[in-house]
Design a binder for this molecule. Structure first.
Ligand SMILES: NC(=O)c1ccc[n+]([C@@H]2O[C@H](COP(=O)([O-])OP(=O)(O)OC[C@H]3O[C@@H](n4cnc5c(N)ncnc54)[C@H](OP(=O)(O)O)[C@@H]3O)[C@@H](O)[C@H]2O)c1
Length: 242
């Protein structure tokens, strides 16, 4: 068990997948957890199942982020753990990528993540831990994932600069980059069994990752055991990017 007792943890996009699994692990480690989501019913259902707080916010919408920050501050005070996790994936060749698709991905994965970080900085406690969900896509450059990979590469760049800017307050900022993990994001892509088999074939450990495995890494980075780690990007991908 990590000692996260009474630490205030905000997780964006917490109604499924890695965000949901991390909310469970942080709650088990006695943190006060707030999850966010853009769908009222889904966020209320997840919050109730996890016995954590749920707040409605579309992370791609800057006024929603403002309202979220105010509600968190009023309801919980300052934040110790900020997991910027909300994200979407869509694939298309560069030649056929539309402006709508470009904006949709970038608005959630990069602009939304950027301003979530920016607007939460004033309410972070000194010694807080910020973790951004990136992806091995930024490293291994998968075909047809140009916008998604670029959104995550942008996250990696901002993570390092944030680590420098916030170091004087002893706030640590890191990125976690999963390879393929079995979550809703995969179902949303509508991959058929042959594509899934191909992905598994590209992973030396011959399986998809589990959301809980990523959550355990995030929980480690959240606590004092990781007190000398900042500005780092952690790949968790069963060896896929080797
Ligand atoms: N699973 C993987 O293989 C994998 C690999 C590398 C990186 N990642 C990254 O890990 C993060 C979590 O993904 P996941 O695999 O756990 O997928 P997921 O189960 O689809 O979870 C993503 C969460 O983000 C939420 N979300 C999306 N857009 C949002 C918005 N505009 N405002 C608020 N919430 C929003 C989703 O809500 P809805 O239910 O409303 O869509 C969902 O709760 C993402 O950043 C993703 O890019 C995942």
């Amino acid at each position: 068990m990590k000692n996260l007792k009474d630490k205030v943890a905000v997780i964006t996009g917490g109604n499924s997948g890695i965000g949901y699994a991390t909310a469970r692990v942080l709650k088990e480690n006695r943190a006060k957890v707030i999850i966010t989501g853009r769908r009222k019913e889904a966020i209320e259902k997840a919050a109730s199942a996890l016995n954590v707080s749920g707040l409605l916010a579309d992370q791609s919408n800057l006024s929603d982020i403002d309202v979220l920050v105010t509600k968190v501050k009023e309801g919980f005070g300052k934040v110790d753990i900020l997991l910027i996790n909300a994200g979407i994936t869509k694939f298309a060749p560069i030649e056929s990528t539309t402006e709508d698709m470009f904006d949709e991905i970038m608005n959630v994965n990069f602009k939304g993540a950027y301003f979530t970080l920016s607007k939460f900085i004033p309410v972070l406690n000194d010694n807080a831990s910020v973790i951004l969900l990136s992806s091995t896509s930024a490293t291994i450059s998968p075909q047809n994932a140009s916008v998604y990979a670029a959104s995550k590469a942008a996250i990696n760049a901002v993570m390092k600069i944030a680590a420098l800017e916030l170091a004087s307050r002893k706030i640590r900022v890191n990125a976690v980059s999963p390879g393929p993990v079995a979550t809703e994001i995969m179902n949303k892509l509508g991959l058929d069994d042959s594509v899934e088999a191909k992905i598994i074939n590209s992973i030396p450990l011959s399986r998809l990752g589990k959301a809980k495995e990523v959550a355990d890494l995030i929980a480690y980075l959240s606590g004092d055991d990781a007190s000398f780690i900042t500005g780092s990007n952690f790949l968790i991908d069963g060896g896929q990017s080797v």
